[in-house]
Design a protein around this ligand. Structure first.
Ligand SMILES: [Zn+2]
Length: 220
């Protein structure tokens, strides 16, 4: 498995999704409680069809040599110790997002890329006969190693391209989530826009209704 250096948007997205699976964010309900949940997470976030070449497009090498499709098989081979390693990684990544000092981010993310085994070139599926820089996951790596490499590459890519102000807590008043903002304008506000954004909208709507009712009661 490899992670392309210019694929930081996807990688940072996986890091955000990972840190927002914790019981802290879900009010006591861990969304990555067991190996089955880890497989589901890998299936949902690990594949990037269209972003990397599929099997057979990589010069006759066996399997997918150029993308993230290795995450799901690694998750299926995972043991309980690997799940615990993913939980520890989740805490580490969250600490980096919560303390977005540039040097701290770079040092922490660099440490996360330690499961890499050198840099390579992989086919660019979007441009024929062109390649992309990528970090290769070392042989025998676990799913925690793969996620660590992805998170490290994502954080480094965002610091390099967008800056450390892109690491922020969710602005929904009751939410404990955090995120890495890879939107073009950098105006993301919520860790889970569909959920936290809607909660805020509903709360604001109710507040307006209460105000309107209050004004109605005071009017003659
Ligand atoms: Zn949130």
């Amino acid at each position: 498995m490899q992670v392309a250096l210019d694929d930081y948007v996807w990688a940072a997205g996986v890091a955000t999704e990972l840190v927002n699976t914790t019981a802290e964010v879900w009010r006591g309900d861990d969304h990555l409680p067991d190996l089955a949940a880890l497989v589901a997470f890998a299936d949902l976030h690990g594949g990037q069809s269209g972003q990397c070449g599929q099997s057979g497009q990589s010069g006759g090498q066996s399997g997918n040599e150029c993308g993230h499709d290795g995450l799901s098989p690694l998750a299926r081979r995972a043991r309980t110790s690997d799940l615990h390693a993913v939980h520890a990684l989740r805490t580490t990544v969250r600490d980096l997002i919560d303390h977005p000092d540039r040097d701290h981010l770079i040092a922490g993310a660099t440490a996360l890329t330690s499961p890499a085994q050198g840099t390579t070139l992989i086919p660019d599926p979007g441009r024929e006969n062109r390649t992309r820089w990528a970090a290769r996951l070392r042989d025998g790596a676990t799913v925690a190693d793969a996620l660590s490499l992805i998170c490290g590459m994502g954080i480094l890519g965002v610091v390099h391209t967008l800056g450390e102000q892109r690491f922020r807590p969710c602005t929904a008043p009751t939410c404990r989530g955090a995120f890495i903002d890879t939107t073009r304008p950098g105006s993301r506000r919520y860790c889970m826009p569909g959920l936290c954004g809607n909660r805020v909208n509903v709360a604001n709507h109710r507040a307006r209704q209460a105000t309107t009712r209050g004004q109605g009661a005071n009017s003659p």
